[in-house]
Design a protein around this ligand. Structure first.
Ligand code: ADP
Ligand code: MG
Length: 362
């Protein structure tokens, strides 16, 4: 976690609720964000991400709840007094102004002297690698450059908190991948507490110190990328992040069983009315010889192999009809050696990869 900015502030959201008619955009949200942390709100469209960001920025007043920046309660503080920089879901740049005009706007709002504005705008443009672009018009810029102007405008007054709402969603994949790394390095450099919104799970995993998974205005889980992927709190989180096979399992005494077969699992199973085995496709082995001791094995019939360039997917049907999907790396020769449709095969899952989760959707 970055601590470069001693000015960074922790954020404390507590019991925040916002309704629009019958819609609970935010449903009793509580969240502690550490000073200097890069935290991502990840969730499907309509889950409440933008609403939460707007509450943090001060553009939306919640029905209930409290919001603190450091020790200061700010729920009644207007946006321009919150010391928050924000990029909006649309770029929201002023098309008729130059790049420098756009970036300098927050400083003019704050009555910063002209000479200082010029200097700070130049600095912010350098930071986002747009040095020398000040006189360009917005419509002369590419999507990636416009996005960087929006970031420069958000950071030019050196806010202690930076909020970004799906800043990369309009960009194509190559540029998005590159900008993810750029924004992350910018965060390392400036160290401000950052709340980032995306619906893209890979983007969230790539960029974040921690991720809050949001659904129906509630936080389903708040965890590091690795914990989220490896120990999802429920089926919604497991399904939203990565691919998985889910098998219904039950508790029998001390054991977790799948179809009468006791499973070896490294982490304890949660207490929940329904349980699922979550198997990530890249953790499943195609067994040929004798499996390692304690490895869970599943008899199956091979279905199709799907070639995807860097990897392949092999679907296999278990006795109970469930499909297990296995993903393997494509190396010289591996694809040619794979089973054909109808072959009897055996799949293996190590205890560490045999994750038992709460089977409920939320
Ligand atoms: P997200 O950013 O995750 O896509 P939003 O926070 O924009 O989700 O929206 C959450 C829910 O609140 C949605 O159902 C949306 O339709 C509703 N909503 C958001 N803003 C308004 C508004 N100004 N008026 C009415 N409903 C709104
Ligand atoms: Mg949104």
């Amino acid at each position: 976690m970055s601590t470069a900015n001693t000015q960074a502030l922790p954020i404390s959201v507590s019991h925040v609720t916002k309704t629009y008619g019958a819609v609970h955009a935010l449903d009793d949200v509580s969240l502690e964000i550490e000073s200097g942390e890069f935290l991502t709100l990840l969730g499907p469209s309509g889950s409440g991400k933008t609403t939460l960001l707007m509450v943090l920025a001060g553009f939306t007043r919640p029905d209930h709840g409290s919001l603190k920046f450091g020790d200061r309660e700010v729920i009644r503080t207007p946006p321009h007094l919150r010391d928050v920089g924000m990029t909006f879901q649309s770029y929201a740049l002023f098309p008729h102004m130059s790049v420098a005009g756009n970036v300098g706007y927050p400083l003019r709002l704050r009555n910063v002297p002209k000479a200082e504005i010029a200097e700070r705008v130049a600095g912010a443009l350098e930071t986002v690698q747009l040095g020398g672009f000040g006189e360009r018009r917005i419509d002369q810029l590419s999507g990636g450059q416009r996005q960087r102007v929006a970031v420069a405008r958000a950071i030019v007054f050196e806010p202690r908190i930076l909020l970004m709402d799906e800043p990369l969603s309009a960009l194509d994949k190559k540029l998005r991948d590159q900008m993810q790394i750029e924004l992350r390095s910018l965060h390392e450099k400036l160290g401000m507490t950052t709340v980032y919104v995306t619906h893209d799970q890979r983007e969230a995993l790539t960029m974040s110190d921690r991720i809050a998974v949001v659904n129906h205005g509630r936080i389903m889980q708040l965890a590091t990328p690795r914990d989220l992927y490896e120990k999802p709190a429920n089926r919604f989180v497991a399904d939203f992040i990565g691919d998985s096979t889910f098998l219904p399992v039950t508790r029998r005494g001390q054991q977790i069983v799948f179809e009468d077969q006791p499973l070896n699992h490294a982490a304890p199973a949660p207490e929940a009315p329904s349980l699922l085995l979550m198997a990530r496709p890249e953790r499943i082995h195609l067994l040929t010889g004798t499996p390692q001791e304690r490895m869970n094995t599943f008899e199956a019939v091979a279905q199709q192999v799907i070639y995807q360039g860097d990897s392949y997917l092999l679907n296999a049907q278990l006795h109970n009809g469930e499909i297990m999907s296995l993903r393997g790396a494509v190396r010289q020769g591996t694809v040619d050696g794979l089973p054909s449709e109808g072959d009897r095969i055996r799949l293996g899952l190590a205890p560490e990869d045999t994750v038992i989760i709460d089977g409920r959707e939320s």
